[in-house]
Design a protein around this ligand. Structure first.
Ligand SMILES: [Zn+2]
Ligand SMILES: [Zn+2]
Length: 465
């Protein structure tokens, strides 16, 4: 018996990462992510394999498009071991609890609407809080970077730092019987960014499975973006308004706090009120504080004498009453709230109160998917609907591009070129245009190392030999 891989997610798209390996009869999964956006319906399909037969789930990191279907996997019979780093386990747990809550609220809204309009009822959420908590039991093995562990049937796996978010890894899997090595990149990080260490370089891998989120472009430099961010804040305060920052709770929110603390210490940030108005982001920040061994040198240096994510102007507003009280601030406030794409969460309340005021500003620090209010505003919408009300967009809109957590094209290429010889390169986790561009680049520059490039489709199964 040989080795095969089946592609059940993140094929020609960026969400739903899930890859099934069969190594001489032992079944392993790499990631078990949720589909988001236009592929969302896929979450309701049955897994195309028996979860009860899977021995291990190797989890690259805690983003919901990589871990979001774990409770469903357990609900459908998975009894194996989930293997990941300590921060990945900690963050995945709060992300999954939040996902269950968001799905439940979304379901309630759709249900009421269907009843009101006499339409067909929506399907219930794929799992609930109860299922999430049951799945925690299976987070059994916590690994450190660069520390190989031996699984049954002579399979060895090593997690290495992917530099993407706290605890993120790329994974090397070695079949000790045949000597064949597989490398799954997970999501690779933007090496320019603060807090966590930049990605490690791979060496050996016969079969490489590589993300291509930004396979066709590079980001603006981080330093430049930081300066733009500061200018946007200063301009807004001069106009006498508030700054709204829709942010993802994980990583981006902590980076914003880290940068604002730096501005404060350098004397660049005028006296103001900074609100982190997101219970999930507050929890995630605590996990960052609990894992200093994952920091880069600079952050570690800060950590030895102070909290890298705190400064005197910062207030954490966990409960709803505190959050509502932020409305009393008409100027000189920076409000960081979720969700990052303005498709829900507390940011909507703040937009309702500030978006129509021309002295205010809205700063986008992350990707805005098609179909979200965030994307509409970035594209220049003059008005948006929030809680059934039409709100004119008069605030100034800024888009900061360099804060991405993903490697740009150059960084993806730099990572790949470190392999000595690659028999087959599989491009995953990217839009088709991005994959094509990256494939062209690899064919041109690395054809002496990379023998074959494959862009798999959903459901493809490939023998690896
Ligand atoms: Zn990710
Ligand atoms: Zn991802």
């Amino acid at each position: 018996m040989g080795i095969s891989v089946s592609f059940f997610g993140a094929t020609k798209t960026v969400t739903g990462s899930l890859f099934l390996l069969n190594i001489r009869g032992t079944k392993l999964l790499v990631d078990c992510g949720m589909f988001q956006g236009h592929d969302h319906e896929r979450n309701y399909e049955k897994f195309p394999f028996d979860p009860g037969e899977v021995s291990y789930l190797l989890l690259t990191h805690a983003h919901i498009d990589h871990c979001g279907r774990i409770p469903l996997l357990v609900k459908e019979g998975f009894k194996g071991e989930i293997i990941c780093t300590k921060p990945t386990a900690q963050i995945a747990k709060i992300m999954l609890l939040d996902a269950a809550k968001v799905m439940k609220e979304h379901y309630k809204t759709l249900y009421k609407k269907a009843v009101r309009k006499g339409k067909e009822l929506p399907p219930p959420p794929i799992y609930e809080t109860y299922d999430v908590i049951k799945s925690f039991y299976f987070f059994k093995v916590l690994v450190y970077y660069d520390t190989p562990i031996l699984l049954k049937n002579d399979i060895r796996v090593t997690f290495r730092n992917a530099g993407h978010i706290l605890g993120s890894a790329f994974i090397e899997i070695e079949d000790l019987k045949t000597g064949i090595r597989l490398t799954f990149s997970g999501d690779l990080g933007n090496t320019d960014k603060p807090i966590i260490k930049p990605y490690e370089l791979p060496e050996k891998g016969d079969f490489v499975f590589m993300e291509t989120t930004y396979g066709n472009r590079n980001h603006k430099s981080f330093e430049e973006s930081k300066e733009e961010f500061l200018q946007a804040i200063l301009e807004t305060f001069e106009r006498g308004g508030n700054v709204l920052i829709p942010s993802f709770a994980l990583e981006r929110a902590q980076e914003i706090l880290y940068i604002l603390r730096e501005f404060y210490e350098e004397g660049k940030l005028p006296r103001c009120h900074v609100f982190l108005d997101s219970p999930l982001a507050i929890k995630a920040t605590q996990i960052f504080k609990d894992n200093p061994e994952f920091y880069d040198e600079e952050t570690l240096e800060v950590f030895t004498h102070e909290d890298p994510f705190d400064f005197p102007y910062l207030q954490l507003t966990e409960d709803v009453e505190e959050s509502k009280a932020i409305n009393n601030f008409r100027s000189n406030a920076i409000i960081i709230a979720g969700n990052g794409m303005v498709s829900g969460g507390r940011i909507l309340h703040h937009l309702k109160n500030n978006l129509w005021r021309e002295e205010c500003s809205l700063i986008f620090v992350g990707f805005q998917a098609k179909g979200t209010i965030g994307r509409a505003i970035v594209n220049g919408a003059k008005k948006v609907h929030i809680f059934g009300e039409e709100i004119p967009v008069r605030a100034k809109v800024y888009t900061i591009n360099g804060f991405s957590s993903h490697a740009g094209q150059n960084e993806l290429f730099d990572w790949l070129k470190n392999f000595k010889q690659v028999k087959k390169l599989f491009l995953i986790h990217g839009e088709p245009e991005s994959m094509e561009d990256f494939a062209t680049l690899v064919k041109k520059e690395l054809s002496h190392k990379v023998k074959d490039i494959i862009i798999p489709d959903y459901g493809d199964e490939v023998e690896l030999k």
